[in-house]
Design a protein around this ligand. Structure first.
Ligand SMILES: *[C@@H]1O[C@H](CO)[C@@H](O)[C@H](O)[C@H]1NC(C)=O
Ligand SMILES: *[C@@H]1O[C@H](CO)[C@@H](O)[C@H](O)[C@H]1NC(C)=O
Ligand SMILES: *[C@@H]1O[C@H](CO)[C@@H](O)[C@H](O)[C@H]1NC(C)=O
Length: 269
């Protein structure tokens, strides 16, 4: 946790305004995470990884954690994920906490099919499930971690559906900037800050994205970015950043410009 605290302190000190984004991806089952630590170490945004859409529009929360089970979270327009999980997710933003934004992260599974049929309308299972999940968990945004499909038209439709429900939309690119440029342009057509629908870019700067330059991505996308580094205790130790390495990366990226914060993938370790 020392690294997390240091990240918070580093980013807080590095920016002249307090609005810098300090994000943490929650890869571990939130029911098993140390929520107190996550809430009090300087982060202001958490992104719950492992949410997914089924072919019928149901929404799953995949545990990714030994001893935990996958949970059906929303089905046929109703929240069914249980009171304990809802209370835990809601608790990120209540009591002693620095967190003011909670997002869920998902890939593009079934988005294209469901946008084609039955479409994004308010009476569809997918729309109603996302509305129910937002209410139950107190969510602020949906994060797109598409690393395979890259279909612009259906993704824009999906983002706009989420916008109607009251979500913001965010992205987590590591490659394929052409797709993300089109997605940002079409999703935000006619909108300006602070009303952007697609309002945050969490840029992967590890593993497949290890060579990413945040300043040039920001320039290409037309949106400032939140570069992410990977913690040390993970499945690919070679991709991990120690506290000192993270400090030096964030400092250099901040000097080069194009940043609105920094973050970590993920909460293991
Ligand atoms: C959770 O984190 C808090 C704050 O860092 C710490 O005091 C506490 O011991 C941790 N709890 C567990 C079970 O690790
Ligand atoms: C789904 O919800 C609708 C509206 O609440 C209800 O009429 C229908 O019976 C439900 N279907 C299933 C399979 O539960
Ligand atoms: C890495 O994570 C695993 C699983 O949480 C834990 O058992 C292990 O102690 C951790 N190792 C280090 C060096 O933090």
């Amino acid at each position: 946790m020392k690294g997390y605290w240091l990240l918070g302190a580093l980013l807080f000190n590095s920016y002249s305004h307090a609005a810098s984004i300090r994000s943490l991806y929650l890869f571990k089952d939130v029911l098993k995470s140390n929520t107190t630590a996550i809430k009090t170490t300087g982060f202001n945004s958490v992104i719950m990884f492992g949410v997914g859409i089924l072919g019928n529009g149901d929404i799953m929360y995949y545990s990714n954690t030994p001893g935990s089970s996958d949970v059906l979270a929303a089905s046929n327009g109703t929240y069914v994920g249980g009171d304990a999980l809802a209370a835990k997710v809601q608790s990120f933003k209540t009591g002693t906490t620095g967190i003011n934004r909670v997002e869920i992260s998902m890939n593009s599974q079934h988005v294209k099919d469901l946008m084609a049929n039955p479409g994004p309308g308010p009476s569809t299972p997918l729309y109603r499930n996302f509305a129910a999940l937002k209410a139950a968990w107190g969510l602020d945004a949906v994060n797109n971690d598409d690393e395979s499909l890259y279909d612009v038209a259906s993704t824009v439709k999906f983002a706009q559906m989420l916008g109607q429900i009251g979500y913001k939309y965010t992205i987590a690119p590591y490659t394929n900037s052409g797709f993300w440029v089109s997605l940002i342009k079409q999703t935000n057509a006619g909108l300006a800050d602070p009303n952007l629908l697609l309002d945050r870019v969490y840029l992967q700067c590890y593993d497949g994205g290890a060579g990413n330059n945040p300043a040039s991505w920001a320039n290409t996308l037309g949106l400032k970015v939140v570069p992410l580094v990977w913690v040390t205790n993970d499945s690919k130790p070679s991709q991990g950043s120690t506290v000192a390495q993270a400090t030096s990366k964030f400092t250099a990226w901040n000097s080069a410009g194009g940043l609105v914060g920094g973050g970590y993938w993920n909460d293991y370790g």
